[in-house]
Write a protein that binds this ligand. Sequence first.
Ligand code: ATR
Length: 279
Amino acid sequence: MPLPSTLHCAVVGNPIAHSRSPEIHHAFAKQFGLRVDYQRMLADPNDFADHVRAFFAQGGKGLNITVPFKETAFALATHHSPSAQLAGAANTLWLENGQLHACNTDGIGLVNDLTRLGFAPANQRILLIGAGGAAKGVLLPLLEAGAAHIRVINRSSLKAHALVEHIALHQPNYAARLDAGDLDTTNGVWDIIINATSSSLDQKNPLNQPIECSQHSLAYDMMYGAEPSIFMKDCVTYGATQCADGLGMLVGQAAQSFFIWHGLQPDTEPVLHDLRQRL
Ligand code: ATR
């Protein structure tokens, strides 16, 4: 019997050497005995589109896209998922009937991780800090998952208002469940507090003051590392009962890309556990 052919996948970015995606996808593939060869691809802004075209012309199955090409990837595709459409950015590309499709799987990765942690977004009051690419990618999936209310706060409050107004315009049914403000607009009691800023890269907490956490509350930092971030530690002192970093979201977004390309839903738990040991 002939061996099944290898499925070629890759992640494109700049820089790319740090990416954990190959090990995650190879671990998922192992669960199904699937032959997947998943590589890292370094691109420049002037050759990114050529890399994408060449990859699919050679029969590539799926591409993940990371910083700084998520917007360019979105623009290259002709078909977009609603979350990619809202974010104007894509982290997952594939060909279907010769057409380039784009999805943003960050949001579903986050929703699944919150659910795993016992904080399914349905009926939760969520404080989302940040209004850049990371926040844009998760806002619609959080609303679709049934969040009771989401407040987007950002250092530049204009960007937070613009994001919320953009959703209200395109998804008016969600408008009543959204508001926006600056980093001081934290009044209210919050069940889930999400840091979608890049502040943890500078070892900073984006919040200027303590916030009120509900009795069963989670502080979630989209960044991940061997140690809890300042944001996570501070939120525990504000009263958050649980905190988590974004490693589970990383594995979750990969799982959704894997599902899109291969039609198989991997078990994220053992892969997340292994990755955590090796941080
Ligand atoms: P990403 O794709 O990671 O979201 P981005 O689009 O550059 O990157 O957005 C970075 C986000 O982190 C923004 O919300 C930014 O706030 P501004 O829009 O006001 O710049 C936020 N950010 C970065 N460093 C921060 C800090 N030290 N404190 C608070 N917010 C910070």
